[in-house]
Design a protein. Structure first.
Length: 751
């Protein structure tokens, strides 16, 4: 039997509509959904290729238990969970919840059940050891929002469809399709700005795919904070600041002006590389263009002052009069009854979500309940109360994503218990005691819970599973529930859960808690039926039945909602909190590293998603190779030839990979994609063959190296306000590899 089922992609944030072709319960094809109201027939290569992940013969389909020799054997679910629970009870009894941790990767945000279950489980355990990929990606966006608006979840998005000027800082949406932003046809919308006579300006050290399509202004890596402070300087000192907007929306405008006063463009050009005249012209354009927006993402988050930079992006929007305005930076809302009152109440009674707890190692803040993943290795190996003894890893591969992954890989052996829930055996969970099979996105019901306020067009969509779970794969939230049921005797919180299950009787096993949460949100939020009080409104069931392709709730975001979304008691944006003043002062302490004169940045690839899509043949086509991109002039000065091996070294490590010379970089910049470095320890054959550079690698392509081996995991080197890893603007040296050294390196990699 052949069926066509509408659903949506959950690889990245546009959440593009897809149509799944299912034959006899097997996913055989994915195609873009032409009837999806937002994506309208668009999908990227990753989404289309996901059938190869779904049906990958290397997928983990049954629970795996590690043998003493390091290989895995199949085991039953009950045997695995019974043993895991018994070992957890012992560890918890000896050292409490402080000894148990969980790391969840980027895909967890795209699974409502996963995102709900793991924090609840760890809270019940009483554990501070919760880690996520956010500390390598996005956490300082949430800290900046906490400082500005009183809530980490209040994030402005650019109103691209009405904008006349869009400034993209450290963002490459042609490849990434947007981040903390859901707009499936963002590239088309950006071209629409130009078609209307407007401008799209890309500030980036690299001529990214987005910069190639629009205007490019090269910026020195990690110079964004200086540049944004210079924009504020010009706005204030030239009388361009929107004083009415500042008075209406914010407090501490004069304090912000004082912070920006020393940062005249002529005084900061050595830090950001943008000519002073260009900075002044951009500030004037932002102030005089009726509909303008500044948007920044990952490239701005991963430097030494990522939280400050993210804060300043919003401050520039506000001071230029672009915040909470049509065509500017706007806010999505849920539209639940009493949303403004709920926000005001939350701002008064809830403890500050940022920095409620600090890490045992490094004294770094938690963000949204998660600690910096960069210190996980040291939390495992540092003796004393609170030492991490048991670790769960779900939908993640931190050995390839945190700084100095070799340190983490070595530390994993010191754990008493390591459990993974994933699709593959990867570089991290190859060291696990158990690898438990997870469902793919197409094997579960779902709702994009985390992204409801990030849509540039208010929108709702839900999906049911399009195929049953392959093998014995289970959803993460169900695995968590099974573990909780086995642990209930040890913690009152689990005892309460167990009592609830007993009270519900047979219904407990059939309840789908993520669907209940999704239904409640759909019903209470804008467009919902208010549990029967609004005739014709949406419920989850009605959304699925009548709008399988999703439904648009309103043509555009509404302006004038700022006071409804701000959680600060005074309902104003705070423009100069003490933490930001301290970060501005810290800028003056920066010094260049003369021994490492180049600056390293990361980059996204259209056919990669971090580390987990390198086993797909479709995504590896076309002569893919992992390479370090250098400007030809920088390479010539060092005797580095195109395609020849280059050695990159920092104060923390060194790697070797081929050089790729391109004038699509500012001078002094090196760019290396992240997520590579597969080395044969996992069980995804194509990724491992490519990663080891063996002769049987597909089409002879080298699979690359782990660029994060160049980065520091020392707590002193992490961004202090959010504990973010320093992955952009890293001082690096580049040198040609001589023939003998290259041969030795190749032999070592094969060995």
């Amino acid at each position: 039997m052949r069926e066509e089922k509408p659903t949506y992609c959950r690889i990245c944030e546009p959440l593009c509509g897809m149509v799944a072709t299912v034959e006899d319960g097997r996913l055989v094809r994915l195609r873009p959904d032409r009837d999806h109201p937002l994506s309208r027939g668009f999908a990227c290569p990753k989404g289309i290729a996901f059938t190869e992940v779904q049906n990958d013969p290397d997928r983990v389909l049954h629970p795996q238990r590690r043998r003493p020799d390091g290989t895995f054997e199949r085991v039953g679910w009950d045997a695995a969970l019974d043993d895991i629970a018994a070992r957890l009870r012992r560890i918890h009894g000896e050292d409490g919840g402080d000894a148990i941790g969980w790391y969840f990767g980027n895909p967890s945000a795209f699974s409502a059940g996963h995102a709900l279950a793991v924090p609840a489980f760890m809270l019940a355990l009483g554990s501070p050891h919760v880690y996520s990929a956010g500390s390598q990606d996005v956490n300082n966006r949430f800290v900046a929002s906490e400082l500005l608006y009183g809530s980490p979840l209040v994030v402005p998005v650019p109103d691209v469809e009405r904008a006349e000027l869009v400034v993209l800082v450290g963002a490459n949406p042609v490849v990434s399709h947007g981040s903390v932003l859901s707009a499936p046809r963002l590239k088309e919308q950006l071209h629409g700005v130009v078609d209307r006579g407007g401008r799209v300006l890309v500030l980036d050290p690299r001529r990214t795919e987005t910069a190639q399509a629009f205007e490019w202004l090269p910026v020195t890596p990690d110079g964004d904070a200086h540049l944004l402070l210079s924009l504020l300087h010009v706005l204030f000192e030239e009388g361009l600041a929107d004083t009415a907007a500042i008075a209406r929306q914010a407090r501490d405008g004069e304090a912000l002006r004082d912070l920006a006063r020393p940062f005249a463009p002529e005084a900061t050009v050595e830090h950001h590389g943008v000519p002073a005249g260009e900075v002044r012209a951009l500030a004037r354009a932002l102030a005089t263009t009726e509909r303008a927006a500044v948007y920044g993402r990952t490239g701005t988050c991963l430097g030494r002052s990522g939280t400050l930079t993210t804060f300043l992006l919003d401050a520039v929007n506000l001071v230029a009069g672009c915040l909470d305005r049509e065509g500017g930076a706007m806010f999505g809302t849920l539209g639940v009854p009493g949303e403004r009152a709920l926000g005001r109440l939350a701002g008064r009674v809830l403890p500050v979500m940022h920095d409620r707890r600090r890490s045992r190692v490094g004294n770094l803040p938690q963000v949204l309940g998660t600690s910096p993943a960069s210190v996980m290795a040291k939390e495992i190996t540092t003796p004393g109360p609170g030492r991490l003894r048991a670790l769960f890893v779900s939908a993640g591969n931190p050995v390839l994503s945190v700084p100095d992954g070799d340190e983490l890989e070595a530390a994993l052996g010191a754990l008493d218990l390591l459990v993974s829930i994933d699709l593959y055996v990867n570089e991290t969970n190859a060291h696990a005691d158990y690898v438990l099979p997870a469902t793919t996105m197409y094997e579960r019901d779902d709702f994009p819970l985390a992204f409801q306020t990030f849509h540039t067009t208010p929108f709702r969509q839900a999906t049911t599973a399009v195929v049953p779970p392959a093998g014995e794969a289970r959803e993460e939230w169900r695995v968590v529930g099974e573990l909780a049921a086995r642990l209930w005797r040890e913690r009152p919180a689990f005892a309460a859960l167990a009592a609830g299950r007993r009270a519900l009787g047979p219904l407990a096993g059939r309840m789908h808690l993520p669907n209940l949460v999704a239904d409640g949100l759909v019903r209470l939020a804008e467009g919902g039926d208010r549990f029967g009080l609004r005739r014709g409104g949406l419920s989850r069931r009605r959304l699925l039945r009548e709008h399988p392709h999703g439904t648009v709730l309103a043509d555009r975001l509404r302006a004038g909602v700022l006071r409804a979304v701000v959680w600060h008691r005074d309902r104003r944006v705070h423009l100069a909190p003490p933490a930001i003043r301290a970060e501005v002062a810290r800028l003056a302490t920066r010094r260049p590293d003369p021994d490492h004169p180049l600056l390293l940045i990361g980059m996204r690839e259209l056919r990669s998603e971090n580390s987990w899509l390198h086993n797909s043949p479709l995504l590896l086509r076309g002569g893919r190779r992992h390479a370090a991109r250098l400007h030809p002039d920088d390479a010539a000065e060092r005797g580095i030839e195109d395609g020849a091996p280059v050695r990159l070294s920092t104060r923390h490590g060194a790697i070797e990979l081929p050089a790729l010379l391109t004038d699509g970089l500012a001078r002094g910049v090196v760019a290396v994609p992240h997520g590579w470095g597969h080395k044969g320890t996992g069980r995804w054959r194509r990724a491992n063959a490519a990663g080891a550079g063996r002769e049987d690698a597909p089409e002879g392509r080298p699979g690359g190296v782990n660029v994060n081996l160049l980065m520091s995991s020392d707590p002193a080197d992490l961004e202090p306000l959010a504990g973010m890893a320093h992955l952009n603007g890293v001082p690096v040296q580049a040198a040609a590899v001589v023939a003998g050294d290259a041969a030795a390196s190749a032999a070592a990699s094969v060995a």
